[in-house]
Design a protein around this ligand. Sequence first.
Ligand code: ADP
Ligand code: MG
Length: 249
Amino acid sequence: MLVVEGLTRRFGTLKAVSDASFVIEPGAFVGVIGPSGAGKSTLLRMINRLVDPSEGVIRFGNENVTALTGRDLRRWRRRAAMIFQQFNLVGRLDVLTNVLMGRVATVPAWRSLTGLWPEDDKVVALSALEQFDIGSLAAKRAEHLSGGQQQRVAIARAMVQEPELILADEPIASLDPRNTRVVMDALLRINRHFGITVLCNLHSLEIARSYCDRLIGMAAGRVVFDGAPVQLTDALARDIYGLDSEQVL
Ligand code: ADP
Ligand code: MG
């Protein structure tokens, strides 16, 4: 269970996230929606501890995530894997090596640096690629893949970290409609099949409504909606996005 209490992040005088509180049950697929600048990325980055909160507490199970340092913090970052809009692969390296990067913590540094990955890890990485129908691309350079393929490599890399939580920051924002479905289906599959909790920032309300069990709406740093997709009426959605009644969602 992920518990966020009174989470706030200031950048100078700006409150990027202001007093956010919610509890996420294990195995949920939760969408964070809201306009650009609402604080969605800052919220996810705080949960991963890429950004330090100004105030508030994050707990995961019995662990006080906000208090973690050093080795414990690095372990947390593997348990809470991030997926980014721009995939964040190493373009010049092959796909398999990119996925193996997710195993780096389990492998002595000199072995990963010299490319001597343990055979077991290679098997794990390859089977992760196969899960997302990209096993045949293992030897290709990451930069030669399409956006949808690259994002699936990033998801495979996250999966080999054996995460308990996936934090996806606008994972489909750079993709065309077909790849949007492919990548959202991949995230949904790992959620349903492995029970991994997914917290996913989405700009697209339509996608959020069709994939998520629950939506957290943010506007100007605040949580302004928290409920099931069916509870999010068009009028509420327009409020979150600051649209008037004539504008289409
Ligand atoms: P979203 O992901 O919903 O678009 P962000 O979390 O990226 O929102 O940003 C929320 C607000 O915080 C924005 O006004 C943004 O400009 C500001 N912000 C985010 N990161 C920083 C930073 N590192 N320094 C200063 N301001 C920031
Ligand atoms: Mg963002």
